[in-house]
Design a protein around this ligand. Structure first.
Ligand code: ADP
Ligand code: MG
Length: 478
């Protein structure tokens, strides 16, 4: 009998505010340890937290994008526990009444099907500090700079059925929060990380199995590997008569395994209670309306529009719509070259490959959309073949030049002149009587030889279509 995997993710989205959630201290990454935690972050006596209004706007913005319910009233609670990096002895979070509830996010599966993943809730909370284990021999350092950094924790329903789905969901959420501009998405710096709750059950069973929670995963690849390992571990355990215990585990990427960290606490262990220092968060319909109006056209809607308006295939529209800068660039390019499909092909092909190779993003692309548009027009009007255009593009990229200047300077204009092409064809055929005979005897592969010879003589500038037509006519049996 087979096993089914059940996964729910808790994603910690660090909100891209300038200051902390309850104080004016800076949130900038990489400062000297303990230079960015103020009296409020440390919970010193006599200080009071004051809510940063921006975090509420950002939470509502994501809630709207997830088609969720925005709570008109929600509360902060204290989650009490001791840890060296938590000087107050409690974390301010939201418990029973989170600001966002009942949303959804659709992922596109490998086979092209869409699957809707329900979002249970998203709540605001403050981050804790960091224990530094590798800076001092035999001692642990505490850096409290991160204390009080705003987080939005997004919790999915256990709707994910494989490690691949979990990674797709994490990627989709990552793209969305960056698109909305509420998180910088930097996973190395911990701005976007997740806990994966994993259980298995017999195929078709109604009840969920006991889950383990794998903490603090900060890469798409690791989420997949950690879950794969964990699923196998649980199945092994169950098939050998053992039992899964509810616990918190850590993923060790060096050993590619998960290890038990501690038994899983239940909510009552944390003695949650409403924080008496903070007022309820009140969200008015007018505020929601105002934020709705500020919401950009979302990736899903944008992809659909590209298919309907521009006739793109969904597989081409999807990658162009997930990143706002890329989508903006695409629209500018489509307008400037007048051919959206050609624009999409170039962006998903040559441009994406070059960005990838250079390890950079569209924001830093040295070729502006208008210049690339001018290049694509030179393909449409026959000045360039696709392969000549790629050469010109390379020069534009490194020298930041305009296509016409490159075409003139390097003499890259395509040869479309029938007489000139025919002359080339005649020369090459005259020089290769053996190959001509072979071709006419049925060895069609030799065709490529002729094309190669002629391309060489024209420095790659012969119009490939015209050339093929001419060759075929000339090679037909006399
Ligand atoms: P807690 O707050 O204790 O971490 P929750 O019940 O709020 O636990 O669930 C947290 C996450 O765990 C959610 O994403 C939920 O979908 C997921 N989850 C709950 N039960 C299971 C289960 N049996 N298997 C897999 N995931 C689960
Ligand atoms: Mg949890």
């Amino acid at each position: 009998m087979g096993w089914e995997t059940v996964i729910g993710l808790e994603i910690h989205v660090q909100l891209a505010t300038v200051s902390k959630i309850f104080s004016g201290a800076a949130t900038r990454y990489g400062a000297q340890p303990n230079t960015q935690a103020c009296a409020v972050d440390l919970g010193l006596p006599g200080v009071l937290p004051v809510l940063n209004a921006r975090v509420v706007e950002m939470a509502i913005t994501l809630g709207l994008a997830l088609e969720a319910r925005i709570a008109p009233v929600s509360f902060f609670a204290r989650k009490n526990y001791f840890y060296p990096d938590l000087p107050k002895g409690y974390q301010i979070s939201q418990y029973e009444d989170p600001i966002v509830e009942h949303g959804r996010l659709t992922i596109r599966l490998g086979d092209g099907r869409d699957k809707e993943i329900r979002i249970r809730r998203a709540h605001l909370e403050e981050d804790a500090g960091k224990s530094v284990h590798d800076a001092f021999p035999g001692a642990t350092g505490i850096d409290l700079n991160r204390t009080g950094t705003p987080l939005l924790e997004v919790v999915s329903e256990p709707d994910l059925s494989s490690s691949q789905e979990a990674a797709l969901f994490m990627r989709k959420m990552h793209a969305l929060v960056r698109y909305l501009g509420i998180c910088d998405g930097n996973m190395q710096e911990g701005s976007f990380r997740c806990d994966a709750n994993v259980s298995v059950r017999r195929a078709g069973a109604a009840a969920l199995g006991t889950r383990a929670e794998i903490k603090n995963i900060n890469s798409f690849r690791y989420v997949e590997k950690a879950i794969d390992y964990e699923v196998e571990r649980q199945i092994d355990l169950l098939e050998n008569g053992g039992k899964v215990v509810q616990e918190t585990r850590l993923y060790d990427s060096d050993k590619d395994e998960t290890r038990s960290m501690r038994g899983k606490e239940d909510a009552h262990d944390y003695r949650y209670f409403p924080d008496p220092d903070l007022l309820p968060i009140i969200v008015t319909p007018a505020q929601i309306e105002a934020l709705k109006r500020l919401l950009p056209e979302l990736p899903g809607a944008r992809a659909i529009r590209y298919c309907q308006e521009f006739g793109l295939a969904p597989a081409d529209a999807e990658p162009l719509s997930q990143d706002r800068s890329l989508a903006d660039y695409f629209e500018a390019l489509a307008g400037s070259c007048g051919d959206p499909r050609q624009a999409a092909n170039w962006l998903n092909g040559e441009v994406a490959a070059t960005l990838n190779r250079q390890g950079t993003t569209i924001d830093l692309c040295p070729v502006p959309a208008a210049s690339l548009g001018a290049l694509l027009r030179r393909i449409s009007d026959g000045t360039l073949s696709a392969s000549l255009a790629k050469q010109v593009f390379e020069v534009m990229w490194t020298q930041r030049s305009e296509p016409d200047a490159v075409i003139e300077a390097r003499n890259l204009r395509q040869v479309n002149d029938g007489d000139a092409l025919l002359a080339l064809v005649e020369t090459v055929l005259a020089e290769s009587p053996e190959q001509v005979a072979q071709y006419r005897a049925g060895k069609e592969k030799v065709f490529g030889y002729f094309v190669g010879q002629i391309m060489k003589r024209s420095q790659g500038r012969a119009n490939p279509q015209q050339l093929a037509d001419l060759l075929r006519t000339r090679l037909a049996p006399p």
